[in-house]
Design a protein around this ligand. Structure first.
Ligand SMILES: [Ca+2]
Ligand SMILES: [Ca+2]
Length: 186
């Protein structure tokens, strides 16, 4: 009996100790949002990763959603994060402000560009959307991956439980169950 109690305590400690630090998720308007830190990731890779996680790169389509992201989701962050905005066709170099779209197909009728953005800085073809602490979380057309610290996922379903935590919960559940069975069979 005492051994089983020890076992349960050890398992519970292991779960707490080994569960990876998990980025907080925030809810707004029926969606969950979370940050993924991934320095230097390309917009295309971030887009795929966000979709693999069950969501999409965040789309900011109102001042209220913008305020929620900049003062809530990003409250403890620093750097530039990809959002789900991109330019279509040859609009970027010729017309930095034209042809912007959201990955979800939502209408592009809200924006919050920083002063003089979008600008194709230094003649770069900046055709993807970043939100940057340097700009007080206003928007930048970005194409320089060294500036990127990660991306923001928006999902209409809850964020997935990370695998290691899931495995630990499952394993500890099994151990506790077998321990209880052993107690009952005495
Ligand atoms: Ca959105
Ligand atoms: Ca720019």
């Amino acid at each position: 009996m005492r051994n089983i109690l020890y076992l349960i305590i050890i398992v519970l400690f292991s779960v707490v100790w080994l569960t990876p630090a998990y980025a907080a998720s925030y809810s707004f308007g029926g969606s969950d949002y979370w940050i993924v830190e991934s320095a230097g990731i390309s917009w295309e890779d971030a887009k795929v990763a966000a979709e693999d996680a069950g969501g999409h790169l965040a789309t900011i389509t109102s001042a209220a959603e913008d305020a929620f992201v900049s003062s809530g989701v990003l409250a403890n962050s620093n750097g530039e994060y990809w959002l789900g905005g991109f330019q279509r066709g040859d609009n970027s170099l010729k017309k930095p402000a034209k042809g912007w779209n959201w990955v979800t197909g939502e209408d592009w009728n809200y924006n919050n560009w920083f002063t003089d953005e979008p600008n194709n800085y230094l003649g770069r073809d900046e055709k993807h959307l970043g939100i940057w602490s340097r700009y007080d979380w206003k928007w930048n057309d970005e194409g320089y991956l060294n500036n990127i610290t990660g991306y923001i996922v928006e999902s209409e379903s809850p964020p997935p439980v990370p695998l290691p935590a899931a495995i630990w919960l499952f394993t500890s559940g099994l151990l506790v169950a077998s321990g209880l069975r052993r107690i009952r069979n005495r």
